[in-house]
Design a protein around this ligand. Structure first.
Ligand code: FAD
Ligand code: UDP
Length: 391
């Protein structure tokens, strides 16, 4: 009946399914455990008609031309430069910490001097991870580093990860470096947008292909079994490609123990007001139990009366009913555990792990799509299209 099976209808699953169907002319079955497509990018109108992102705010930002052009086949864009502010003891300052922030925090003469020092030390336009800035052997630069560490990173990271910035993978805090320029945007990518009709619509168009069948509310673990170096689908051996984008430990009944993840609780609130906070995202970096508040209408550009916000409360993932593993916790012990699970799939030539869960890595949407396109290139025996390359 099917040539290929894709498990999960998020970014990874939707892109690979479309590619195998369209470029590979294959019949593709997509199994999705939730009642909707789009994975964690899922958005929908709430009961007041406000377009919300059910699993936290998602902004598509990229410098990968191939991915931008690929997604543009399925949507028009609402483009903007995404900005975030931090609420530090009631005062709102731009994040990532940049030269504008510096001038808000210090009086003019000192800020001018510190700006010169930072520019001489790192070069104009550079992006310096906070942990690197803290190591810099200059007393005044260390003073800035201490300010940024204490007011932007320490408490937020403790909330998000339950650990200090030193205890987690440095790549995580490196995602939000100190920026030695006046650029206030959260990301530096040339393309920063949300799909005009929302992410769900974009993925609906992607999956809308005569050779793709999507089955929602279907947990692949009820249909697929791996034993004796073979993949069985509903009891019969399956010889086509299977792409798995779910959590790898769950596929094997967590037999070596659970892979650790961080999870989140989302608390949505609606107000009969035009505006709640005047910004799409406010990070609470020194106070509150939640990490940030997103006000959706500022993110999506939707013109509507009333406004909906969401607060994010981080927590440990325990694998309970309905809990979602959002963030892999990258450290040597967890990587080693992941590897043990991955080895169980090594004999399976046509079984492919793809996605932030299956690969146990933090991927942004664009990096995820790039990997899915690369896997399609490999499975279809083709080299990347002429549109490859970065802007
Ligand atoms: P997912 O979206 O998780 O999709 C996996 C799918 O597989 C899910 O739908 C799941 O239900 C399904 N599945 C799992 N197990 C099974 C099973 N056994 N059977 C059937 N189906 C199964 N990235 C950005 O680029 N910009 C952002 O602003 C951004 N914000 C984020 C905010 C938050 C709070 C989080 C958590 C992530 C954010 N990301 C952002 C990252 C983005 O969500 C990921 O890059 C993207 O979702 C990865 O896609 P995926 O397909 O790997 O995973
Ligand atoms: N971070 C922080 N304060 C901030 C923003 C980010 O401490 O105001 C740290 C925190 O550890 C976070 C990491 O930087 O997990 C990466 O932030 P990013 O916004 O990229 O995380 P995402 O929202 O994508 O998970």
């Amino acid at each position: 009946m099917y040539d290929s099976i894709v498990i999960g209808a998020g970014v990874a699953g939707s892109v690979i399914a479309r590619e195998l169907a369209e470029r590979g002319n294959r019949r593709v079955l997509v199994l999705e455990k939730r009642g909707h497509i789009a994975g964690n990018c899922y958005d929908c109108p709430d009961e007041h008609g406000v377009l919300i992102h059910l699993y936290g705010p998602h902004i598509f930002h990229t410098s990968i031309r191939r991915v931008r052009e690929y997604f543009s086949r399925f949507t028009q864009w609402y483009d903007f430069g995404h900005k975030v502010v931090a609420n530090v003891h009631g005062r709102l300052i731009p994040v990532p910490f940049n030269l504008n922030t510096l001038h808000m925090v210090y009086e003019k003469e000192k800020a001018d001097r510190l700006e010169r020092l930072l520019t001489e030390a790192f070069g104009e336009g550079s992006r310096v991870p906070i942990l690197k800035l803290r190591e810099y052997p200059d007393r005044e630069i260390q003073e800035i580093a201490d300010y940024v560490y204490e007011n932007i990173f320490l408490h937020y990271t403790m909330k998000q990860w339950g650990q200090t910035p030193e205890e987690i993978d440095p790549a995580v805090t490196g995602r939000v470096p100190v920026v030695i320029s006046r650029d206030d945007r959260y990301f530096q990518d040339p393309w920063q947008s949300v799909p005009q009709e929302g992410f769900t619509e974009m993925f609906r168009h992607m999956l809308d292909h005569e050779k793709i069948e999507v089955r929602l509310n279907t947990d692949a673990r009820d249909q697929i079994e791996i034993r004796d170096g073979m993949v069985y689908v509903e009891g019969s051996p399956f010889c086509g490609d299977v792409v798995y984008t779910g959590p790898l430990d769950e596929l094997f009944g967590c037999r070596f123990g659970r892979l650790p993840y961080r999870s989140l609780d989302f608390a949505f609130e609606h107000y009969d007001a035009q505006d709640y906070q005047g910004h799409s995202v406010v990070n609470y970096t020194v106070s509150e139990d939640y990490t940030r508040i997103t006000e959706f209408k500022h993110l999506t550009g939707q013109k509507i009366d009333g406004t909906t916000i969401v607060k994010e409360y981080p927590k440990a993932y325990e694998g309970g009913e309905g809990e979602i593993p959002y963030y892999a916790i990258s450290n040597p012990a967890n990587e080693a555990l992941y590897k043990r699970y991955r080895e169980l799939t090594a004999p399976l030539e046509k079984f492919h792990l793809l996605g932030r869960l299956a690969e146990y890595k933090y991927y942004n949407i664009d990096a995820m799509a790039e990997r899915a396109l690369a896997l399609a290139d490999k499975l279809l025996g083709e080299t990347p299209g002429a549109t490859g390359g970065r802007a």
